[in-house]
Design a protein around this ligand. Structure first.
Ligand SMILES: Cc1cc2nc3c(=O)[nH]c(=O)nc-3n(C[C@H](O)[C@H](O)[C@H](O)COP(=O)(O)OP(=O)(O)OC[C@H]3O[C@@H](n4cnc5c(N)ncnc54)[C@H](O)[C@@H]3O)c2cc1C
Length: 503
């Protein structure tokens, strides 16, 4: 559809038809003059399908959602732009979704309506006198680590440089510093939110505290559009990373020991057990155990020696590496300038590659029994025998994550000892049938592990196949989140298939 075609033909009815949303004929339809007016008042970029850059900017991190093509991309540059686009969507009842980094597993930042992209609102300002940072909602983790660490500061966050700060924070935010400094949402001090009514709200413990609560774990785009976020920062330090690799035949006793050993670790240390296999012939799955510390080098060295001594079998390989903080957090950017260290929808100079993937998750409040570990390992063997790839990541929680009272934020899994992620990541262009089977597999892993798990799921590893998603993502917090939805978006202008329903 070229722009003229869109301007004349686009209407709420057409958009509603493609999006599958209900359209109320009581609403007037946008005329081309309405679109022109929006464009005239807009300081960012409005991109229509025939515009240069459209086909680059509409795509998300996961290529599985490339067939969801928006009618327009509103690349907002100011809070006023966000207000205008929301008002336009509300006036004509057009489907709309926000995007920060575009990493949502289930494609919730893709739409056939208006894609409200925050990428141009990515300013990162450190306030040195108070060790806080204001970060634009479109900023990506790579730029945040890059810019803050040049001044010796950082925030707790995830490992992938292209992940957006707004999506990560609103879902929780796991990363190597979370046992020491909490989840990304725990470091959030304040956020600016544009409500669907166009109000600009300052949200913190004193102002709009109910919404501030919901922004910390309630999920991206449920209550309004976040435009900027203020975080507590921490002082960076060198990172020590210790790895040991084991053959699959030895994995059971090692995993078992790892669970009991890691839960006793001081909160400065982060740890993960990862089973990865490529599905390629001749490639054997391996178990990798990682322990990482930000600072606390001696403490980890001692713990690592202690771990190696207690092992029932020898690792195939092990290494201990000391990294500069910035280099470690920007590992994916090695040899690239920062504008190149992006995914294609995030920068014109981007050199990072997108993937096609499916994921799901679990939480465990106690160590997984031998039978549970055997079930996990059997899955690895079965998929490997079928020539199918996959990954199972068990990550230690606790520490600062669990010291935040359960009712203080909307994140519902404070008591968990471990999180699990089930993951299949394939190159772009992999057959959709294979990816659909992967979505089913990762989801079925939850059912298989149900006897051992809490039944919870991590909202940021969104799994569209989870049927009881409200209980799984939100647990006892769902009712309170429904009240927030009723208050801030009762008409559900912002909606997803697993969106919070008004009370
Ligand atoms: C490769 C990869 C690595 C990952 N690594 C980690 C990790 O280390 N730790 C971790 O915890 N998670 C990780 N995740 C999961 C990640 O946290 C979630 O996918 C998160 O939602 C991504 O945020 P985003 O802004 O990039 O995504 P988006 O898809 O842009 O947004 C996610 C959701 O938030 C909404 N949203 C986006 N911006 C706004 C806004 N400004 N206001 C309101 N709503 C908004 C969107 O509509 C969507 O529903 C990873 C995901 C991938 C694909």
């Amino acid at each position: 559809m070229d722009r003229r075609h869109f301007l004349t033909l686009s209407s709420a009815a057409a958009l509603a038809a493609v999006s599958g949303c209900q359209f109320s004929p009581a609403h007037s339809l946008p005329e081309s003059s309405d679109w022109q007016q929006l464009k005239a008042d807009f300081s960012g970029q409005l991109l229509f399908p025939s515009d240069a850059g459209f086909s680059r900017f509409y795509k998300a991190a996961n290529s599985r959602y490339d067939s969801i093509i928006p009618a327009v991309i509103a690349r907002c540059a100011t809070t006023a732009d966000v207000q205008q686009v929301l008002a336009f969507a509300r006036r004509f009842q057009l489907p709309i979704t926000g995007r920060s980094g575009g990493h949502n597993y289930a494609g919730y930042s893709s739409t056939k309506g208006i894609l409200l992209d925050l990428a141009l609102m990515a300013d990162i300002q450190l306030e040195p006198e108070e060790d806080t940072a204001w970060i634009g909602a479109g900023a990506k983790l790579g730029d945040i680590y890059d810019q803050l660490s040049q001044k010796g500061r950082s925030i707790p966050g995830g490992s992938c440089v292209g992940v957006g700060i707004a999506g990560l924070t609103q879902g929780g935010g796991f990363g190597i510093a979370d046992r020491l400094y909490g989840l990304t949402c725990d470091a959030l001090l304040e956020a600016e939110v544009v409500t669907v009514d166009g109000d600009v709200l300052r949200c913190n413990e004193q102002h709009n505290a109910d919404l501030f609560w919901g922004l910390r774990g309630g999920g991206g785009g449920q209550f309004g559009i976040v435009t900027r976020l203020k975080f507590q920062t921490f002082a960076t330090a060198d990172i020590l990373s210790c790895h040991a690799y084991f053959a699959l035949k030895d994995a059971l006793p090692v995993l078992n020991l790892w669970q009991h050993w890691s839960r006793q670790l001081p909160e400065a240390l982060w740890s993960q057990a990862a089973l990865w296999w490529s599905g390629e012939q001749g490639h054997q799955p391996q178990l990798q155990i990682r322990v990482i510390s930000v600072g606390q080098i001696k403490l980890l060295q001692q713990q690592w020696v202690n771990w190696l001594r207690r092992l029932p079998v020898q690792p195939v390989e092990q290494d201990v590496v000391l990294h500069n903080y910035r280099e470690y957090m920007l590992t994916d950017c090695a040899g690239l300038e920062m504008p190149e260290c992006k995914l294609p929808h995030q920068s014109e100079q981007a050199k990072l590659k997108r993937v096609a993937m499916a994921g799901s998750s679990d939480f465990f409040n106690k160590v997984i029994s031998r039978a549970g570990l055997e079930a996990l390992l059997e899955q690895v063997q079965q998929r490997q025998q079928q020539g199918l790839s996959g990954g199972i990541l068990l990550t230690l929680m606790g520490g600062a994550i669990s010291s935040v009272p359960a009712e203080q934020t909307a994140f519902a899994h404070r008591d968990a000892l471990f999180s699990a992620q089930y993951l299949v990541s394939r190159p772009v262009g992999s057959p959709e049938a294979e990816l659909k089977r992967a979505s089913v597999w990762v989801n079925q892993m939850r059912s298989m592990m149900q006897p051992y798990s809490t039944g919870g799921a991590y909202l940021n590893y969104t799994d569209a196949l989870i049927k009881n998603w409200s209980a799984a993502y939100y647990g006892a917090h769902y009712e309170k989140l429904q009240q927030l939805k009723s208050r801030y978006d009762p008409e559900q202008l912002l909606r997803f298939s697993q969106g919070i329903q008004p009370a």
